[in-house]
Design a protein around this ligand. Structure first.
Ligand code: NAP
Ligand code: MG
Length: 511
C-alpha cells in the first residue's frame, strides 16, 4: 500500500523516500475487460475480411506460411494468427481502393465528414476494448493506451471530420471556392509504437481529403488496426475506401513498389525511409516520411527542477521509450547537474515496471525480443565506451516476457554511440552544458531533427533557444504533448512532410 507519509520530490527527505520505495507497493489493479479475439484474422480488402491469396498452397506445400502469430510481449504467448499479405494481396487491395476512389472523391464533402465522425464515435464507444487489445498486442501500459493512444486516435478522426467540407478554406493559394483535388490511392505504412494512433494519423486526413487507402500495420501490432477495419464495416464506409493488408516488411515493399499507388506515407525507421525514398524517386508518387529521432531535452538552471524532472521522465520513459520524438538526449546546465541527477534517480525509482494490464504500471513490456536485444546492445555499448549506467532496480520483473528497467547514463560524451544513435527504449543519455549557445550547438549536433524540449523560467531564453533549434516541434516547459490540430514532423534525417493540423492536409491534396 502507499506510504501515507510520502514526501514530495523536493522534500529534504527524498533520499529516505527512495529507500522506502523498496517496501512500497500498490495493490494489484488488473484490467477486467477481456476482448474477444479470433484464432486467426484475414486481410481487409474491399470491405470484407478475406483469406490471403496463396493460403491454400501454403497449407499443402512447403511454401511461405500465409499466417504468422502476433505475440503478447508481456507473456511471450501467441494471441492469434494474422495474414501475411503477399504482393498479389497488395495488388487486390490497391485495385479495390482504385475502384472505390471516384465515388468516394465525388461524394459531397459533408457526407465524407459524417463517416469520419462515425468512425470517431465508434472508437470512443469501443475504447476500452481497443485499449486492452493495444496493450496485449504491443506491451504498452493500459494507463497509456486507455488515456492517450485511443482518445487521441478518436480525436484525429473528429478533427479531420471537421475539415472534410472546409478544405477550400484550407489553402489560401487555391482558387476561391475551389476545393483542392485528392491524390487518389494512398499507400500507408506504420510502425508498432502507437499502432491505432498511427493508423488514425494516416487514414483520417487522407479520407477527409477524398483519397482511398491501403494501410499496412507493423508485423508485431496488427490487432487494433484490424478492429478499426471492423469499425469501418460497422459505420457503413463504402467498400474499398479503406483496405488493411497485414504482413511484414515485404508487404510494405510490395505497397511501395505498386505502380497504381499515388502516394506513399511512411512512418518508421530512417533506414527503411531512405530505401523507400530511393524506390519512389522518379515514379511520380508523392511521398511523406516520418522517421527516427534523437531529441534533445534542455534544462536551464533557472527552470523549476521538479517540473523539469517530470518532463525528463515523460520524455524518455513514456511508452518504454518507444517514441520517435523521445527526449533521449538530456542536456542539463552544469550548475544544476548534480541536483537534477539526484532528483531523477528518486523519480526513476518510483516507476513501476511490469504487467501492462495493471493500471498501476508505468513501464510495460518491450515490444519484441528483437527490440529488447537492440536496447541491450546499446546498454552494453554505453558501458564499453565508458559511460556510467544508473538503473532502477525497484520492480521485480515477471519471469516471462520482454522487460527492460528504466535507466540513464552519466559521463556521456557527444561522440558516444548512445548519444548519437536512436535506442528506442527506456535509456537516457545525460550530457551537460554551460551557456545557452553551447546548449544549442550540442542539441543541433545530430543528423535528426524531430523534436526538442526547453525548460526555463525566462521567456526571453525560450525564444532565443527555441528559434535556433533545428527540430519540427519544440516543447517549452513540457514534453510529448500531442494534439490533432498541431502539425508533427521532422527535419534532416527525421523525414519530411507534416501530419496533423492544416499542414498535414497538404500531403493529401493536389495543390
Ligand atoms: P521500421 O522497421 O522502419 O518499420 C516501419 C514499418 O515499415 C513497419 O510496418 C515495417 O514492417 C515496414 N517495413 C519494413 N521494411 C520495409 C520496406 N523495405 N518497405 C516498406 N515497408 C517496410 O520501423 P520500426 O522499427 O517498426 O519503428 C520504429 C521506428 O519508427 C523508429 O526509428 C522511430 O523513430 C520511427 N517512428 C517515427 C515516427 C515519426 O512520426 N517520425 C513515429 C513513430 C515511429 P514490419 O513491421 O514487418 O517490420
Ligand atoms: Mg504483438
Amino acid at each position: 500500500m502507499m506510504n501515507p507519509h510520502t514526501p514530495t520530490l523536493s522534500s529534504p527527505h527524498h533520499l529516505d523516500f527512495a529507500t522506502s520505495l523498496t517496501q512500497w507497493e500498490y495493490a494489484p489493479a488488473p484490467e477486467s475487460v477481456r476482448p474477444e479475439i479470433a484464432e486467426r484474422y484475414g486481410l481487409f480488402i474491399n470491405g470484407q475480411f478475406v483469406e490471403p491469396q496463396g493460403s491454400d498452397r501454403a497449407r499443402s506445400a512447403s511454401e511461405e506460411p500465409a499466417y504468422f502469430p502476433s505475440i503478447n510481449p508481456a507473456t511471450e504467448s501467441t494471441i492469434c494468427e494474422v495474414a501475411q499479405g503477399s504482393a498479389a494481396d497488395v495488388d487486390a487491395a490497391v485495385q479495390a481502393a482504385r475502384e472505390a476512389f471516384p465515388a468516394w472523391a465525388a461524394l459531397p464533402a459533408k457526407e465524407r465528414g459524417k463517416y469520419l465522425y462515425r468512425i470517431a464515435r465508434r472508437i470512443q464507444e469501443r475504447a476500452r476494448e481497443l485499449a486492452v487489445l493495444e496493450t496485449i498486442d504491443g506491451g504498452k501500459p493500459i494507463r497509456e493506451s486507455r488515456d492517450i493512444d485511443i482518445p487521441l486516435a478518436a480525436a484525429h478522426f473528429f478533427y479531420h471530420a471537421g475539415w472534410a467540407d472546409k478544405l477550400r478554406f484550407a489553402f489560401p493559394g487555391s482558387r476561391a471556392g475551389e476545393t483542392p483535388a485528392p491524390l487518389g490511392v494512398c499507400g500507408q505504412i506504420i510502425p508498432w509504437n502507437f499502432p491505432l494512433l498511427m493508423a488514425a494519423w494516416k487514414l483520417a486526413p487522407a479520407l477527409a481529403c477524398g483519397n482511398t487507402c491501403v494501410l499496412k500495420p507493423a508485423e508485431t501490432t496488427p490487432l487494433t488496426v484490424l478492429r478499426l477495419a471492423e469499425i469501418c464495416q460497422e459505420v457503413g464506409l463504402p467498400k474499398g475506401v479503406v483496405n488493411i493488408v497485414t504482413g511484414d516488411g515485404r508487404t510494405g515493399e510490395a505497397l511501395v513498389n505498386h505502380p497504381d499507388v499515388n502516394k506513399i506515407a511512411f512512418t518508421g525507421s530512417t533506414a527503411v525511409g531512405k530505401k523507400i525514398a530511393t524506390t519512389a524517386a522518379g515514379t511520380g508518387k508523392r511521398l511523406t516520411l516520418e522517421l527516427g529521432g534523437k531529441s534533445p531535452n534542455i534544462i536551464f538552471e533557472d527552470a523549476s527542477l521538479d517540473q523539469a524532472v517530470e518532463g525528463i521522465i515523460e520524455g524518455i520513459y513514456f511508452n518504454q521509450g518507444h517514441v520517435c520524438c523521445a527526449g533521449s538526449r538530456l542536456f542539463v546546465q552544469e550548475s544544476v547537474l548534480d541536483e537534477t541527477i539526484a532528483k531523477l534517480k528518486v523519480r526513476m525509482a518510483s516507476l513501476r515496471v511490469g504487467d501492462p494490464l495493471d493500471k498501476n504500471t508505468d513501464i510495460g513490456a518491450i515490444n519484441s525480443r528483437t527490440q529488447l536485444n537492440t536496447i541491450k546492445h546499446y546498454i552494453d555499448e554505453g558501458r564499453a565506451e565508458g559511460a556510467e549506467l544508473h538503473e532502477s532496480t525497484t520492480s521485480v520483473l515477471p519471469d516471462a516476457g520482454y522487460w527492460c528497467r528504466p535507466s540513464f547514463f552519466t559521463g556521456v560524451q557527444p561522440s558516444h554511440t548512445i548519444a548519437r544513435e536512436e535506442i528506442f527504449g527506456p535509456v537516457l543519455a545525460v550530457l551537460s552544458f554551460r551557456t545557452p549557445e553551447e546548449a544549442i550547438t550540442r542539441a543541433n549536433n545530430t543528423p535528426y531533427g524531430l523534436a526538442a524540449g526547453v525548460w526555463t523560467d525566462k521567456g526571453s531564453k525560450i525564444f532565443e533557444v527555441a528559434s535556433k533549434l533545428k527540430a519540427g516541434i519544440v516543447w517549452l516547459n513540457t514534453f510529448n504533448k500531442f494534439d490533432p490540430t498541431s502539425p508533427f514532423g521532422g527535419f534532416k534525417e527525421s523525414g519530411f512532410g507534416r501530419e496533423g493540423g492544416l499542414h498535414g492536409l497538404r500531403g493529401y491534396v493536389r495543390c
